[in-house]
Ligand binder design. Structure first.
Ligand code: SF4
Length: 421
């Protein structure tokens, strides 16, 4: 599998871009994780992977989207973006995730990417605004990998994303990326309406034939103003996703990313381990994209490094969540998220100002934590990569050595007490 994957990527990707990816993401990315680990020993948390939602605007209206896409535009200005990235770079970071809304609606996105040729950016996009011209500019920059989201067949895509002709327009953008030899990925938020079509070997082979280099299966999070709980996966389906990814990694020449498991198949939360945190379109520093509460902003004169490493809110979020689950604290214990936000007097970072009411309305739900049912990595490359660069970094101290401490069942709403106190 490795040789066919490597030769496929080498044959179909711009060589200068590949070199930049190997250096800025590969070598410097690994080094930033080493710096992260050594800081952890001093009890200091600064994530090597920052996710930046640079604006709220989007041309689609997806089910379950937690971003205020229908509200007046709020965006992080270029000078603030550069200040943030320069400070993070000064502390060893070189890889950044760029999200939205739809990042290609930000008028200064390409200028921002051009300012940092010594970094590598993964842009989460619906692909619809990646014209032939834009794809050509991304190739010239050489420091970007577009991760294009596809949420289903034609009918399901329109339904999931609230607009007509979604799939054909997204595929046009995807093909522009591939034609211009960009290292290109496809992401899917697996849910009830697309799991049977997209969690298949047939779909991955379709992506390989099209020239796609990697894929990322997220699982649908029933959060935000319109949560559509009926779309969320059941625990048996969450297990099916994990098994499928492990099997296909050892079989098909397409790289498969996940952020929720270590090499032993133990569940983890990237927010809890501290390997990533999020910045909202309003510049708020959030534990993760769906925890829309904050006590700090990137405009703080201390800069992103000092502000994050000194944040009691982030520290408490990581610690408290680690004591409750190896899965998603938002899905499994929305009551704990509410209690933490109240304890720290955190602001609701949304424009709609309904994040707390949304939390209060949420029913606890299963997540990636497959307790007593871990599925370890099959393929040696993923096993090694995760063993050294992506695991729980010792975050889950309350779980016994085998990570098998029985999970406290989520209390009924009326019993929920301020568990964070
Ligand atoms: S809290 Fe949930 S959504 Fe946020 S990083 Fe953790 S697992 Fe992911």
């Amino acid at each position: 599998m490795i040789i066919s994957l490597a030769s496929r990527i080498f044959a179909t990707t711009d060589k200068r871009l590949l070199m930049k990816m190997a250096w800025n993401f590969g070598f410097k990315g690994a080094r930033s994780v080493q710096k992260f680990k050594s800081r952890l020993k001093q009890g200091e948390y600064f994530p090597p992977f920052l996710y930046l939602s640079i604006l709220n605007s989007c041309n689609l209206r997806c089910q379950g989207c937690w971003v205020d896409v229908d509200k007046p535009q709020v965006k992080i200005e270029l000078d603030e973006l550069n200040r943030l990235v320069n400070d993070a770079k000064a502390h060893g970071n070189s890889f950044f995730g760029v999200l939205g809304g739809e990042p290609f609606m930000h008028p200064e996105l390409l200028d921002f990417l051009a300012e940092h040729p010594d970094c590598f950016f993964q842009v989460f996009t619906n692909g619809q605004l990646i014209t032939d011209k834009v794809a050509k500019q991304l190739r010239q920059l050489g420091n970007v990998t577009p991760l294009v989201s596809i949420e289903g067949t034609e009918v399901v895509s329109d339904e999931r994303r609230g607009k007509p002709n979604v799939l054909s327009r997204t595929l046009k953008g995807l093909d522009n990326c591939l034609e211009h030899k960009l290292l290109t990925g496809v992401a899917t938020s697996l849910c009830q309406t697309n799991i049977d079509d997209l969690l298949t070997e047939k779909w991955l082979r379709t992506l390989i034939e099209r020239g796609v280099h990697y894929a990322w299966y997220h699982t649908y999070r029933p959060v935000g103003p319109q949560i559509h709980p009926e779309l969320a996966l059941r625990p048996d389906q969450a297990r099916k996703v994990r098994q499928f990814v492990v099997d296909m990694r050892a079989k098909l020449p397409i790289a498969l990313i996940d952020a929720y498991y270590d090499h032993r198949g133990e569940a983890l939360c990237p927010m809890v381990t501290g390997i990533s945190h999020h910045v909202s379109p309003g510049g708020h520093i959030e534990p993760c994209p769906i925890i829309q509460f904050a006590t700090d902003k990137i405009t703080d004169e201390r800069g992103i490094y000092e502000t994050m490493t000194q944040s009691a809110f982030l520290q408490d979020f990581r610690k408290t969540a680690s004591e409750h689950t190896r899965g998603c604290i938002v899905l499994e214990r929305p009551d704990v998220v509410k209690a933490l936000a109240e304890k720290h007097g955190a602001v609701d970072t949304t424009i709609r100002k309904t994040a707390m009411a949304e939390l209060e309305a949420m029913e606890p739900h299963g997540s990636q934590f497959l307790m007593h049912d871990e599925i370890p990595e099959k393929h040696w490359m993923y096993r090694l990569a995760k063993k050294f660069f992506y695991h729980d970094f010792g975050a889950y101290t309350t779980f016994d050595a085998n990570g098998k401490k029985p999970l406290q069942p989520a209390p009924k709403k009326e019993e929920a007490t301020s568990l964070a106190s």
